[in-house]
Design a protein around this ligand. Sequence first.
Ligand SMILES: [Fe+2]
Length: 171
Amino acid sequence: MGLAEWIGLGAQDVRAFGVAGLLHDLGKVKIPKDILNKAGKLSPEERTIMNAHPIEGARIIIATEKDLDLAAVVAYEHHIMLNGGGYPSLRYKRDCHNASKLVHVCDVYDALRTKRPYRDAWAAEKVLSYLEEKMGTEFETDVTRQFIKMMGERETKVAVVTSEDQAVWTS
Ligand SMILES: [Fe+2]
């Protein structure tokens, strides 16, 4: 939502992108825990099961709430790269929704900044360089540039919520 706001989207879009961001990995509820938390590399069979989470997520969202169509699209598209790589593979190459491109960048940032059973968390600068390096191939260029710019200003700051509707940035 922060990035959606940063790039100048209106309140309704910011909210819709936010809901989509929150639900993007919902399909992981269908993935067995031993695969989700595996410390080592996934076998090809396990990888196939894991890579079904975007489709599973889109299915669950559409079956549950048809007004969340953007969230379903983002759940489906959030691992598709700008160059068409990633998963699920599209039968016909097409552009993904902007919300998916935005969530893709934020998701990879979050994943790499977080300690996982199979690796330590990366430092912020390392993740931002990685995003920059893959800009134009995996990640959409404009949204990635804006993300890097935004994080340059915000990563070292902590938001303190002082009242129900006001957050204050501190260094
Ligand atoms: Fe995912």
